[in-house]
Design a protein around this ligand. Structure first.
Ligand code: G6P
Length: 584
């Protein structure tokens, strides 16, 4: 969701900014723009659509000499996705790119009645406000403006008569990249990883004043000493490495990242917290992370006898939550920057409730603010639709459930150690998955049915098909189907039936028979080869129930991927979706 990159140094910024925008594409966007500046001139080029459209424009225009610039990918919120609304915006002496939402934009606009606004954006209002206060002192103008702005923002700012780059943020991520005779700003390190692995994390309200060889960070006028962080991600982590799509690369990385994430805990299970001292657990997250929470709930209830609730963060943040002192709120988030999940975390903290984060990005807001944190080792995840990060969230939840059950399942540790190898075998035999994808590629609708933990698996399988292949798909508790949705089952509608839980296997088989007799095309997904129902079968090795979803979900992720490929979809950047949803 919206991406920022900025450069100041000895090189011409054009290529650096365009390359950076390409690396930020994964966040989701619908227009982009770039501003290049020198002592006397500023050139702004914008385009609706893909970065390559912007690049084509930039390549045919005469570009000014420059060594400082800012660029942006915009995911439309205030105002349509068009060239006028695309960033950078310029008002008077100030040129600016912005991520986030300015909540009091209309109010501020009224006070700026002399400005002739040309776009529908809240960003142009922020730009005008900084310009109003700019009398030659950039820091003072930014400080005055941010004291009036309500909402979330990460700003990259240029002033016409000043050779510095400025950055400031609140509730929206922004880092300052530290190079040799050059410095950067970026929404995340992936955008600049080919130039530097060092960066400074800006805290709320801190303003960075950046030249090619100096970064001065201040807050309310006082200089702040900042720590330089060295990232362990490499350029390879954010390249496709021979795969056609990030989504496929990231699915294929699952065995390796699983091993990396699980290994320390399997050597010493006591380092994973025992949550049995809590009486109630709230899993709060968005999208796939919430579906990982559904798996967590099922496992915690069954193994650790804990009362559990799963809530999507956008509801949780506003609803009346009746907290018990012995409640733990588990926030699950790949990015650690999802606005609703951050708000849910802060709500729990305001109520003095313990919070535990399961998170990938170690420097993210959620990782920094939660009381306790467990990191997944997914590395950068670029495809908008999560795959490997989801799987690792499930893996951590399985570990927690096992530990909190007092080690109830004796096969757990051995099975967990075998998991990466078993998953490698599954992913190496993709023909079966491709055949199924071929079979369903033209279907308009699909259904996923299962009970208990299998239903939680279905939710994620169904979401993958929806988001990357644009197939209308629904996940249903197998027993509930006959209370309405079965009316949609007709000849050749694909129904994926997930059956891994031995205890309720026969019940789900009855439900398969119900839909089969109405003409559905059944695909059974199971750890039991003996299940005969279904024209198509995906069979995975049987492991501890606590770990079984980790072998099943990747097969459904791959089917989603492959159907999307057959349908010619924009797999890594599905329409209307964003990787990290940093606005409400
Ligand atoms: C977006 C992504 C999803 C992701 C969700 C939550 O919608 O497209 O793949 O599950 O955000 O993101 P988070 O970073 O909080 O896990």
């Amino acid at each position: 969701m919206c991406g920022i990159i900025g450069y100041v140094g000895e090189k011409h910024p054009k290529e650096i900014l365009i390359n950076g925008l390409k690396r930020l594409e994964y966040r989701g966007y619908d227009s982009s723009g770039i501003a290049l500046k020198n002592r006397s001139d500023i050139q702004i080029i914008k385009s609706k659509g893909k970065i390559k459209d912007l690049e084509e424009k930039v390549n045919i225009l005469e570009i000014i000499e420059s060594n400082i610039g800012i660029a942006h990918t915009r995911w439309a919120t205030h105002g349509r996705a068009n060239e006028v609304n695309a960033h950078p915006h310029k008002v008077g002496m100030v040129t600016l790119v912005h991520n986030g939402i300015i909540e009091n934009a209309s109010e501020l606009k009224e006070k700026l009645s002399s400005v002739n606004f040309i776009s529908e954006t809240d960003t142009e209002v922020a730009c005008a406000l900084i310009n109003k206060y700019y009398k030659g002192d950039a820091l003072s103008a930014i400080n005055k403006a941010i004291s009036e702005i309500k909402g979330s923002y990460a700003f990259g700012i240029l002033f016409d008569d000043n050779e510095k780059l400025y950055a400031v943020r609140k509730d929206s991520p922004l880092i300052v990249g530290i190079g040799e005779n050059e410095n950067f700003i970026a929404s995340d390190i992936a955008a600049i990883i080919e130039y530097t692995n060092k960066y400074i994390l800006l805290e709320e309200g801190e303003i960075a004043e950046i030249t090619k060889d100096k970064v001065i960070v201040t807050k309310e006028g006082k200089v702040i000493e900042k720590q330089i962080i060295v990232t362990d991600i490499s350029q390879d982590d954010s390249d496709k490495c021979g795969y056609n799509h990030y989504m496929e690369k990231e699915i294929m990385e699952e065995p390796a990242v699983l091993m990396k994430t699980l290994a320390p805990y399997l050597d010493d299970i006591d380092i994973i917290p025992d949550l049995s001292k809590y009486e109630e657990i709230h899993f709060v997250a968005c999208g796939s992370a919430m579906y990982a929470g559904m798996i967590g709930k099922t496992l915690f209830e069954e193994y650790a006898n804990l009362k559990c609730y799963v809530e999507c963060a956008s509801e949780y943040r506003y609803k009346k939550v009746i907290y018990d002192r012995k409640t733990l709120v588990i926030l699950i988030s790949q990015s650690g920057e999802t606005a609703d999940t951050i708000a849910a975390m802060r709500k729990a903290k305001e109520n003095s409730i313990d919070t535990l984060a399961i998170v990938n990005v170690k420097t993210s807001t959620i990782a920094r603010e939660c009381d306790f944190k467990l990191f997944i080792e997914a590395g950068p995840e670029i495809a908008v639709a999560t795959t490997k990060a989801y799987l690792l969230q499930v893996a951590i939840l399985s570990l927690l459930a096992y530990r909190s059950s007092g080690g109830k399942d004796k096969s757990f540790i051995d099975d967990a150690k075998r998991l990466p190898g078993l998953l490698t075998d599954i992913l190496n035999k993709k023909e079966v998955l491709k055949n199924i994808a071929n079979e369903i590629a033209n279907s308009k609708d699909a259904f996923f049915i299962g009970r208990g933990i299998d239903y939680a698996i279905c939710l994620e399988g169904s979401l993958k098909l929806k988001e990357v292949a644009y197939t209308h798909s629904e996940a249903y508790q197998a027993g509930e189907l006959k209370h309405g949705t079965i009316s949609l089952i007709e000849k050749d509608v694909p129904v994926f039936a997930v059956i891994s839980d031995e205890n309720i296997k026969d019940k789900t088989i009855s439900n398969i028979i119900e839909v089969k007799s109405r003409g559905a095309k059944i695909i059974t997904v199971s750890n039991d080869e003996a299940i005969l129902e279904g024209e198509f079968k995906i069979v995975v090795p049987k492991v501890s129930k606590l770990l079984q979803p980790i072998l099943i979900v990747p097969t459904l992720q791959y089917i989603g991927y492959y159907v999307a490929l057959l349908r010619g979809c924009d797999i890594d950047k599905p329409r209307n979706l964003a990787k990290s949803v940093t606005v409400e």
